[in-house]
Design a protein around this ligand. Structure first.
Ligand code: ATP
Length: 467
C-alpha cells in the first residue's frame, strides 16, 4: 500500500493541487500554523465531523452535543490552570533566530522530555545534551536557555481600554472548557443521568512555538471532544470502555490495525488517573492523533472553586450527591483529516496507467458520484446527463463533468476519492439498454449497467474501499 510510503511532500502537494488544503494567507506569503480548507477539503472535513458526531451523539443515547462560544469569561482559563501552566518549553537558535520546542529537540536525540517537566528539569537535560542538538533550520549548535511560553491566545474582545492586556480575554485553548461551563445547564435542561457525556466540535487556538509538519500542528485548529461524567467509583471502568470505543471508531472508518498504536503517558499531571493516546502512523512516524484521559473531578472542582457555584450531581435513586469524575476523549479534526489523507492515499496501475486514488470510505468521500456525458459535443447526451445530475444532486453530493476525455475524468474523480462515476452514453438514449447508465467503481474500475430508476440506491451503497 502506498500509505506505507507516501511522503509528506507528496501529500502536501496533492492536498493543494486537488483543492483540499491551501496554505493560509498564501497571497501575502503565508502565515505559519494557519491553513485554509479548499472545496474538496471542506467536504471531507464536514464528513469527518459528521462521522464523529454520529458515533458520539447519534448512536450513543447517553451523549448530547453543545456548541459553546469561543471566547469565555477570562476566569475560566485561570480556573482550568491554563493561565498559569499552559506552556511549552522554548529555545531559540542564537545563530539564525529559529524557535523550537526544547522537548522535541531532546526527543530528537533520544532523550525523554515533555511539556510537563519543570523549566529547571528541562534546562538540566538540555544542557547535558547541548553538544548533540543541532538547529533544525541552520544546523548550528548554539541555543538560548529553555524558557516556558504560554500558549493561550489573547484577545481584546469586549475591552475598549488601551490597557486590555492587563485583563485579556482568551480564544479558547481547548473546547472542553465550554463543556464544563455547561455541565449544569445540560443537567438542568435535559433528561441525562450519570453516566452521560457532552460532545462538542469547534475551533481552538494555541500559540504553538513551531507549527509544522503540514496541518499536524496548527495555531488555529478544530477539536472534537467528549467529556463523559461518571460516578467516582466507575471512572476506570468507563475509561477502558472509551479506550475500546475510540479504537473501534478508527477501525470502523477503515484504518488498518498497523496504522494505529497505543501510547501510555507515564508522566501524568497530578489529578489525572490515566492518559493514553491513539497514535497514527503519519508520514514522519507514529504521533498522537487522539487522547483519552481519566481526569478525576479536577475540572468541575476547579470551576466550583473559581465560580462559587456548586457543580454536583444528585442521584435521586441513592440519595448520593457528588462531583462526577470525567473521562475525556479528544481528537483534532485537522489531525484526523491528515491521517485520513495519509491512510487512504494510494497509487496503483489501472489500464496500464499509474493513477492516484484516494480510497476513502464512502461516508468520507467529498463527492459521492460524478456524472458524465460520454461526449461533450453531442447535445442529446449532455442534456440527458444534466437531467440525471439534476435529479441526483438532491440525494447526494455529486458533480457534473464533461471536460476532457472519459479517462481523464475518471482520474480526476479517483484522485479526490469519488466512489462512483456515472456515464451517459448512446445506449442510455435508445435501444435495448435505454434508460440505463454505466456505473464505474473507483477502487476496482469495475463497470456495470444500472437502470435509472435504481440509480440513487446503487450510488448510496458502500462499495468495498480497499482494492
Ligand atoms: P501535542 O502533544 O501534540 O501538542 P496535546 O497533548 O497538547 O498535543 P491535547 O491538548 O490533548 O493535545 O489536545 C487533544 C487533541 O487535539 C490532540 O490529540 C490533537 O489531535 C489535537 N491538537 C492539539 N494541538 C493541536 C494543534 N496545534 N494542531 C492540530 N491539532 C491539535
Amino acid at each position: 500500500m502506498a500509505a506505507d510510503t507516501v511522503s509528506l511532500d507528496t501529500l502536501t502537494a496533492f492536498a493543494k493541487r486537488r483543492g483540499f488544503i491551501f496554505p493560509g494567507s498564501e497571497l501575502y506569503g503565508g502565515v505559519p500554523g494557519l491553513y485554509d480548507y479548499g472545496p474538496y477539503g471542506v467536504e471531507l472535513a464536514r464528513n469527518i465531523r459528521a462521522a464523529w458526531w454520529r458515533a458520539m451523539v447519534q448512536e450513543d443515547e447517553r451523549i448530547v452535543g453543545i456548541d459553546s462560544a469561543i471566547v469565555t469569561h477570562p476566569k475560566v482559563w485561570e480556573a482550568s490552570g491554563h493561565v498559569a501552566g499552559f506552556s511549552d518549553p522554548l529555545v531559540e537558535c542564537k545563530a539564525c533566530g529559529a524557535r523550537a520546542r526544547a522537548d522535541h529537540l531532546l526527543e530528537g536525540v533520544g532523550v525523554a522530555a515533555d511539556e510537563r517537566m519543570s523549566v529547571e528539569e528541562l534546562n538540566e537535560r538540555f544542557n547535558a545534551h547541548r553538544a548533540e542538538i543541532a538547529c533544525p533550520s541552520c544546523g548550528a549548535r548554539d541555543f538560548t536557555a529553555v524558557r516556558m511560553v504560554n500558549l493561550l491566545v489573547q484577545t481584546n474582545l469586549g475591552n475598549f481600554s488601551d490597557e486590555w492586556r492587563k485583563e485579556p480575554a482568551y480564544l479558547r485553548g481547548e473546547t472542553c472548557q465550554g463543556i464544563y461551563l455547561n455541565f449544569k445547564n445540560v443537567l438542568d435542561t435535559t433528561r441525562v443521568k450519570v453516566p452521560f457525556g457532552i460532545a462538542q466540535i469547534g475551533k481552538a487556538f494555541r500559540n504553538e512555538i513551531s507549527p509544522r509538519q503540514f496541518i499536524f500542528r496548527k495555531r488555529e485548529f478544530e477539536q472534537m471532544e467528549m467529556q463523559f461524567f461518571v460516578h467516582p467509583d466507575d471512572e476506570m471502568r468507563f475509561f477502558e470502555e472509551w479506550r475500546a470505543r475510540r479504537w473501534e471508531f478508527y477501525r470502523t472508518l477503515g484504518f488498518r490495525e498497523e496504522s494505529l498504536r497505543w501510547h501510555e503517558h507515564e508522566n501524568l499531571v497530578f489529578y489525572a488517573k490515566a492518559a493514553w493516546d491513539i497514535e497514527f502512523r503519519f508520514p514522519f512516524g507514529f504521533k498522537e492523533l487522539e487522547g483519552i484521559h481519566a481526569r478525576g473531578d479536577y475540572d468541575l472542582t476547579q470551576h466550583q472553586k473559581y465560580s462559587g457555584q456548586k457543580l454536583e450531581y444528585f442521584d435521586a435513586a441513592t440519595g448520593e450527591r457528588y462531583v462526577p469524575h470525567v473521562v475525556e476523549t479528544s481528537v483534532g479534526l485537522d489531525r484526523l483529516f491528515f491521517a485520513v489523507l495519509t491512510e487512504f492515499y494510494d497509487e496503483d496501475v489501472m489500464g496500464g496507467e499509474t493513477r492516484v486514488v484516494l480510497r476513502v470510505p464512502y461516508a468520507l468521500a467529498p463527492v459521492k458520484a460524478a456524472v458524465f456525458p460520454l461526449l461533450k459535443n453531442k447535445p442529446a447526451l449532455v442534456a440527458k446527463a444534466r437531467e440525471i445530475f439534476n435529479t441526483l444532486k438532491g440525494h447526494l453530493m455529486c458533480e457534473f463533468d464533461d471536460n476532457g476525455n472519459i479517462g481523464k475524468r475518471y482520474r480526476r474523480q479517483d484522485e479526490i476519492g469519488t466512489p462512483y462515476c456515472v456515464t451517459v452514453d448512446f445506449e442510455t438514449l435508445e435501444g435495448s439498454e435505454k434508460d440505463t447508465v454505466t456505473v464505474r467503481v473507483r477502487d476496482t474500475g469495475a463497470q456495470r449497467r444500472v437502470p435509472l430508476n435504481r440509480l440513487v440506491a446503487a450510488l448510496t451503497e458502500e462499495a468495498p474501499h480497499r482494492g
